[in-house]
Design a protein around this ligand. Structure first.
Ligand code: RP5
Length: 155
């Protein structure tokens, strides 16, 4: 994440990943304030055993795109409605509108939970245990909706 002030949003990704038993490393890396750290983080991520990078930033959010340009790992971008943000649009557009060749899979504004779930889906392609857990997760969501419908019907 670009700042520790992003953590209240980004911890939703951490929570779901931990729930699925995925090891998470969290790091504050700013494209503007610590550009050299960003370069070394992105260039060494693969070597350091990282499989997927979830990059969250607000305002002029260059972190996800710059990280994606420095690695071949998949990068999931989380636009964050931060204190310096114009309603979140600045970070949405700067994370979403990447040039051809350098993709960033962009989730909704403050959508860190979905970033975590997308990362789990990517890992599950080659991990049967994770894939089973995802199936269970989706079934539970569906039955929760059924239950809420039954509760509505009883009102
Ligand atoms: C961005 O500026 C960060 O990702 C954060 O969302 C925003 C505000 O950062 P702080 O001023 O709270 O450190 O670079």
């Amino acid at each position: 994440m670009g700042s520790s002030s992003d953590y209240p949003v980004m911890q939703e990704a951490e929570k779901i990943l931990v729930e699925f038993g995925v090891i998470v490393a969290k790091e504050v890396v700013s494209a503007h304030r610590t550009p050299e750290k960003m370069v070394s983080f992105a260039k060494t991520a693969k070597r350091n055993g990282i499989s997927i990078i979830i990059a969250g930033a607000g305002g002029a959010a260059h972190l996800p795109g710059m990280v994606a340009s420095l690695t071949t790992l998949p990068v999931i971008g989380v636009p964050i409605k931060s204190s310096n943000s114009i309603d979140g649009w600045d970070s949405i557009l700067s994370i979403l509108q990447m040039p051809n060749g350098i993709p960033v899979a962009t989730v909704a504004l403050n959508g860190a939970k979905n970033a975590g779930i997308l990362a789990i889906r990517m890992l599950a392609v080659s991990n049967k245990a994770l894939s089973k857990k995802l199936e269970h997760f989706q079934k539970t969501m569906a039955s929760d909706v059924e239950k809420s419908q039954e509760q509505l019907d009883q009102r």
